[in-house]
Ligand binder design. Structure first.
Ligand SMILES: [Zn+2]
Ligand SMILES: [Zn+2]
Length: 262
């Protein structure tokens, strides 16, 4: 005896019932609302058309709902992922822009400006020398007389350093504020850089002259160059203290270096 999966009562005869394509149980055709004729036709015509009991029909529609739900969740998820990607990318772009800006601000621009300033400053000073310890007249004399006196002093100095050269076109200027207690350095402005080199190279000649033996001549260094020079001097003194000897600071293309004399 077979029971209908739908109503639970006995399926008495062969007619009026069919097998559910879902659960394989027996079901009254009247319970699922199709006629004997429809059932026979469906069974004979096509295997792809299914006949199912009410329970299986419900399950199938649940499955359909589930599929719809999954599909909509997938869409939602992929749109969320896309949104996140966009957001992430724009934040990444922001960070990159900020990094580029800050590195430009921090390094290139100011450093480049400093370098350009320094190069211009060195070019400007390349035609000057500075003379230290030349006696200075008191504040009582007029500017003109003092300037004339300084001019004469420099001429005398250059006569001793380079007796065979006639330095015609130069001007002189005392550096800094007047101070009774010390002689201000004099800056000499030449027309040619080569004049500067020949004077500095021959400045040792002053040591043999009684009037100017305490006078020193140097290039007109920028503060940066002086700083570098002082650093090198400290380094050199450290090396001498550790036992090295015959060390000297020499200039190569305007850059000071510590060298060892053999
Ligand atoms: Zn039934
Ligand atoms: Zn079924």
């Amino acid at each position: 005896m077979t029971l209908c999966v739908n109503c639970g009562t006995i399926c008495a005869t062969n007619a009026g019932k069919t097998q559910c394509d879902g659960c394989q149980g027996t079901v009254h055709l009247s319970c699922i609302g199709i006629s004997e004729k429809e059932a026979t036709m469906t069974r004979s015509k096509s295997k792809s058309i299914k006949i199912v009991c009410n329970q299986c029909n419900n399950n199938m529609s649940c499955l359909k709902d589930l599929r719809t739900l999954i599909t909509s969740l997938q869409h939602e998820l992929s749109s969320s992922i896309n949104q996140l990607k966009t957001e992430f990318q724009s934040q990444l772009d922001d960070i990159n822009v900020k990094l580029t800006q800050s590195s430009q601000q921090r390094q290139s621009t100011p450093v480049l400006e400093e370098v350009v300033q320094e190069v211009l400053e060195r070019q400007k000073r390349a035609k000057n020398i500075v003379i230290f310890n030349l006696p200075e007249q008191s504040n009582n004399s007029s500017d003109e007389i003092r300037k004339e006196n300084d001019n004469l002093l420099v001429k005398n100095v250059l006569n001793i350093t380079n007796p065979n050269v006639d330095f015609e076109n130069f001007s002189v200027r005392r550096m800094g504020r007047f101070n009774e207690s010390r002689n201000r350095p004099i800056k000499v402005f030449f027309k040619n850089e080569s004049d500067v080199f020949s004077v500095v190279r021959s400045s040792k000649n002053l040591k043999n002259d009684l009037r100017f033996k305490n006078v020193n001549i140097s290039f007109d260094r920028t503060p940066k160059q002086l700083e570098l020079y002082n650093q090198l001097k400290t380094e050199m003194n450290g090396r001498i203290a550790r036992g090295e000897s015959n060390l000297k600071i020499r200039y190569y293309n305007g850059t000071p270096k510590i060298i060892r004399l053999n």
